[in-house]
Design a protein around this ligand. Structure first.
Ligand SMILES: [Zn+2]
Length: 322
């Protein structure tokens, strides 16, 4: 059953089949004759049925509905093409939209993985089974790109777009200054730490993320409405915890690199992860993928800080202390 969190603002947890995140939060805001949906779910029959039941139950007319997508990951964007109506706007950050439509996207990921030590023999499986291959939206719509401060008005709510690059390069939150609520996407989550991954990215993802955490810290927020898990108050406490988490990770990476030159894949295999597998070899491949992307984000960040340096050995990147 959808939960009415504020007048005319609803949340439903849409189950994500076979996904460790278990569910994504999709929000609906009802206005005068128009509706806003914040984030959808995977493009698969189970999620589509759950979304349709949710939207129909609330009396949402999809022909009068706009979609605000916090970022392009499949669990948020996947169903937008299925659900959108004739007049629907789809709000999506420009950098994410460009990644989505980049014809070389998978090739670039593959090259980045190869360069950072991901074993050649595992690449076809990890890339072939990547959820984004199977659950992404059809690209038969044109996105409306939002910028910092852009207004999204619906009923009694006057939202403002907030650029929060980090989890993805084009991640956006939506803030309502009167009600002091923040649709946070995967920028700040409670109980789990958003994955900050570097695959195929030119920016310093962790530096961007850290800047976006600092930015949101100063906002006046009574309730954070996240992409996963439960809404929560006290965003400043959570931001401090996330920053401490990443600092501890940086320390762990430094101590690994101190002992010898490592590729991102080797560093990931030696780090501690909250997964119930004793040996790295037993990690599900998708988890190796996320872990390696995260190790790389830390190495890139530390490189930017002048703490480690990257060297190329036969076309492969290895990192050592500077
Ligand atoms: Zn997500």
């Amino acid at each position: 059953m959808p939960e009415e969190l504020f007048p005319g603002l609803f949340r439903e947890k849409i189950p994500l089949p076979n996904n460790p995140l278990r569910a994504v939060n999709s929000y609906v805001v009802k206005g005068d004759g128009r509706f806003l949906v914040v984030d959808t779910a995977l493009n698969c029959p189970e999620c589509l049925a759950a979304m349709k039941a949710y939207l129909t139950g609330l009396g949402v007319d999809l022909d009068r509905t706009d979609f605000f997508i916090t970022h392009y990951h499949v669990d948020h964007l996947g169903l937008v093409s299925e659900l959108r109506g004739k007049t629907s706007k789809v709000y999506l950050g420009r950098p994410d939209d460009e990644r989505l439509r980049n014809p070389d996207y998978w090739k670039e990921l593959e090259n980045a993985a190869r360069c950072n030590g991901f074993p050649e023999t595992l690449l076809p499986s990890v890339l072939g089974n990547h959820p984004a291959r199977h659950y992404q939206t059809r690209l038969d719509f044109q996105a409306t790109h939002m910028r910092e401060g852009d207004a999204v008005a619906i009923g009694e709510y006057s939202f403002r777009c907030v650029e929060t690059p980090g989890h993805t390069p084009g991640h956006h939150c939506l803030y309502e200054p009167n009600k002091k609520i923040l649709f946070a996407g995967d920028h700040i989550l409670n109980g789990i730490s958003p994955n900050i991954s570097m695959w195929g990215r030119a920016d310093d993802a962790l530096r961007s993320y850290s800047g976006s955490l600092d930015k949101i810290y100063s906002y006046d927020i009574s309730l954070v409405l996240p992409g996963h898990r439960e809404p929560f108050a006290d965003h400043a406490r959570r931001i401090n915890e996330l920053k401490e988490h990443h600092e501890a990770r940086n320390g762990e990476i430094i101590s690994l690199v101190e002992k010898g030159r490592r590729s991102a894949y080797q560093a990931a295999s030696l780090m501690t992860w909250g997964i119930s597998c004793k040996r790295w070899e037993d990690f599900p491949l998708s988890q190796q993928w996320f872990a390696c992307g995260e190790a790389l984000a830390h190495l890139r960040y530390l490189e930017g800080k002048g703490r480690v340096k990257k060297e190329l050995e036969n076309g492969k990147a290895v990192f050592c202390l500077k």
